[in-house]
Design a protein around this ligand. Sequence first.
Ligand code: AMP
Ligand code: ZN
Length: 105
Amino acid sequence: MDCIFCKIINGDFNTEFVLENDYAVVFKDINPKADTHLLVVPKKHVASLNELDDEILLGKLMMTVKDAVKKCGLNSYRTVINTGKEAGQEVFHLHIHILAGNIKL
Ligand code: AMP
Ligand code: ZN
């Protein structure tokens, strides 16, 4: 599948993961909109929140947010999920943005 995040998960670009568990990876956004800008990405390809029907996975992704910010020593941060082109979604593989410090989004 021609999906940039699936390729990253697959290791095609040797992307460094801030955190990885059984169901998600966390890596730095290539075009950061804050001092810290991470993406939490499920290993399973789901195009957007509209296509997600697994509430367990959604809960696990939010717990992964908590694990990632803890690992980075952050306790004040914003989470964002863009859903659909008009809302600014550019990559159609579900992801949760984590933004902290000088947020420009
Ligand atoms: P969204 O607009 O919510 O779909 O967010 C997609 C995000 O993915 C943007 O903030 C991009 O900067 C980021 N992005 C795109 N390609 C890469 C990449 N190869 N590595 C890291 N982040 C990326
Ligand atoms: Zn994908």
